[in-house]
Design a protein around this ligand. Structure first.
Ligand SMILES: C[S@@+](CC[C@H](N)C(=O)[O-])C[C@H]1O[C@@H](n2cnc3c(N)ncnc32)[C@H](O)[C@@H]1O
Length: 233
């Protein structure tokens, strides 16, 4: 079975002429959400369904994924950990801080954390980074999937607290969480403009693409935080 590494720890498997996105399973033998496990050359992979994961969709939409085996990541909007589990697979020697504000969902996430030592669960509102500043160190990457009206602001305020110099922000923007009536294209343009110049941290937007056909009315954004204003000139 041909296996192609698309990015560090992220694979495309060709099975019976069909392509399958996958990560290498950090916990062999354990399926997290009913996904398929495939063994090839003594390595076990876990199928990664892009229609259940904005990050998975971003991989298939050819974003440059800034994650490596030893990255530290702040993940905002972890839910029960479907995508966090794949981030955990990728970060074999790294760490992911997983923030989720729903106590009920957090209970499922805690079960995942029991199995995986590189996930630190945090029950908190991503609007209040000061409430978890005593737990989270500086990170290489922030990934955000929170479906809130102030998505860009949440990304900016967390980046200011936690993102390393030249660190990357990966953001999924859901237009319908911002405005159900306005055109998604206009909303996306406004949100990207806010990221570029609307806050006291500024970002260089490196890639922006809609996440269809996997997620309707969602924009994926990859950005790098400017260290200071001079660098931008
Ligand atoms: C679309 S789901 C995330 C799915 C998840 N990223 C995945 O791919 O497995 C959005 C999650 O963000 C959480 N959320 C929304 N607003 C939040 C906030 N302000 N702080 C923390 N979590 C939030 C919701 O409770 C929900 O679980």
């Amino acid at each position: 079975m041909p296996v192609e590494e698309l990015s560090d720890g992220i694979f495309n498997l060709s099975i019976d002429d069909r392509q399958m996105l996958a990560t290498r399973n950090l916990m062999p033998g354990i399926s997290v959400y009913g996904e398929r496990l495939i063994v090839e050359d003594d390595v076990e992979y876990r199928q990664w369904d892009p229609s259940r994961s904005k990050l998975g969709a971003m991989v298939l939409r050819n974003f440059e994924i800034p994650l490596t085996y030893d990255s530290t990541v702040l993940y905002l909007g972890a839910a029960s950990g479907t995508t966090v589990s794949h981030v955990s697979d990728i970060l074999r020697d790294g760490l992911v801080y997983a923030v989720e504000f729903s106590p009920r969902t957090m209970r499922d996430l805690l079960q995942l954390c029991d199995q995986r030592p590189n996930i630190i669960p945090i029950l908190a509102d991503a609007n209040k980074p000061q409430s978890y500043a005593h737990i989270v160190e500086k990170v290489d990457v922030i990934f955000q999937d929170v479906a809130q009206p102030n998505q860009a602001e949440i990304a900016a305020v967390n980046s200011k607290y936690f993102l390393e110099e030249n660190g990357h922000l990966m953001l999924s923007i859901k237009s319908r969480s911002i405005d159900t009536v306005a055109s998604p294209k206009k909303i996306f343009k406004d949100e990207v403009r806010k990221l570029e110049s609307g806050f006291d941290v500024e970002f260089e937007v490196l890639q922006r693409k809609e996440l269809e056909p996997f997620h309707e009315d969602h924009l994926g954004v990859l950005a790098r935080m400017f260290v200071d204003h001079e660098e931008k000139e």
